[in-house]
Write a protein that binds this ligand. Structure first.
Ligand code: V47
Ligand code: SF4
Length: 349
């Protein structure tokens, strides 16, 4: 059924984009139990802690000057020095340097914190961000909306209501955003449904969400390592239910750095029509949590190939799902580094 809905909404298309991430810091004032990536401020001298300056982050932006990327995805830990003024200046600098690069940045977790500190309302704050160059908001920080579970795994950071309110405000300003769920830990199925129901209700009001991204809990090197991970079959079922339940979302994304490329390929037969981007090894969130993809990098050719090998049409999109290039009939030279993902079409178009 999920595949039927996927094909009704998106045909045989499978979307990807060319993007890179900037993670300003992995130090964080919060202490989410599932987070393998962050370090507390008192751990700032640890070898694996980082805080990039504005110039260091601009160096990352400049590294992509000659490359055909369309999006920079910016998200990281929450720290007092990365405040409203800092991000305003950073977004402005990126736009001055490369105006057409789409800035998909920060989540309500950061926004709630920096707006409170900057003494501005959500509406004022989001307007300032928009003026500084923010183009869209990624889906992170949603975790699980149910207050009891949220409190156990992500106490202190913005509540479900605040997360939803910041997205609502952003949508009313004409912005687009994504939504995630962190599943497969201590929640029950009813919590997953409650989470999707709240997203579906908001989407009915604003229509501002583009994509739903289920994020599988990975259990290495965090305070929830004793909680086993769910199986790949469970992941596929979860994608399928998401596709069926969220009838007012256009897209469901399987984030390949998190579940690995083979499962991402399979997911394309279970309701998924998007597999995110080339990433270029610029995110540490999942490699630090034990994902198979320790250096998440796929070339455009590899992304295209893995979509084709399960019988789908690869479509490069920009962040807002405008088609950049239809790769259905584009031919490449043989890829000598091909690492043998799934070869047989799982779905015959
Ligand atoms: O909110 C952190 C998750 C999220 C773990 O909008 C973990 O296009 C599993 O939201 N196991 C941030 N998940 C990443 C995110 C995202 C990723 C890709 C694309 C988009 C988009 C958004 O990562 C956090 C949290 O839910 N996370 N640690 C972990 N151990
Ligand atoms: Fe901080 Fe985000 Fe990690 Fe929570 S998930 S500790 S808010 S970096």
């Amino acid at each position: 059924m999920a595949n039927f809905i996927r094909e009704q909404k998106n045909g045989n298309y499978t979307y990807f984009n060319r993007n890179f991430h900037i993670e300003p810091t992995n130090l964080c004032v919060y202490d989410c139990k599932f987070c393998s990536y962050s370090r507390l401020i008192k751990q700032r001298s640890d070898a694996d802690a980082w805080t990039y300056s504005m110039e260091e982050m601009m160096d990352i932006v400049r590294k992509y000057d000659e490359k055909p990327v369309t999006e920079v995805h910016i998200v990281g830990g929450v720290l007092p020095q990365y405040d409203l003024k800092f991000y305003q200046e950073f977004f402005q600098k990126i736009k001055t340097h490369r105006p057409e690069l789409h800035i998909k940045a920060l989540t309500p977790v950061e926004y709630h914190y920096i707006f409170k500190k900057g003494k501005v309302s959500y509406v004022e704050g989001m307007r300032l961000m928009q003026e500084a160059g923010l183009d869209s908001m990624p889906g992170g920080g949603a975790e699980i909306f149910d207050p009891e579970i949220r409190n156990k795994i992500a106490a202190d950071k913005c509540t479900a209501e605040q997360w939803l309110e910041i997205h609502r405000v952003w949508h009313e300003l004409g912005g687009r955003s994504n939504a995630t769920i962190l599943y497969g830990h201590i929640e029950d199925y009813r919590h997953r449904i409650d989470h999707m129901e709240q997203l579906r209700q908001l989407q009915d009001k604003t229509g501002g969400f583009q994509t739903f991204i289920p994020l599988k809990f990975r259990n290495q090197a965090n305070q929830m390592s004793h909680v086993p991970e769910v199986t790949g079959v469970e992941d596929l079922r979860n994608y399928a239910i998401s596709r069926i339940y969220l009838d007012n979302f256009d897209h469901i994304k399987a984030y390949w750095p998190m579940i690995g490329r083979s499962l991402a390929q399979l997911a394309l037969a279970f309701g998924v029509d998007d597999i995110d981007g080339t990433i270029d090894d610029t995110t540490k969130i999942y490699s630090m949590a034990g994902a198979e993809e320790q250096t998440p990098v796929l070339t455009t050719q590899q992304l295209v190939e893995l979509i084709r090998r399960v019988g789908r049409q690869p479509i490069e999109r920009d962040t807002l799902y405008n088609i950049v290039q239809d790769f259905t009939d584009v031919e490449f030279a043989e890829d000598k580094q091909w690492r043998g993902y799934i070869d047989l079409p799982v779905v015959q178009p």
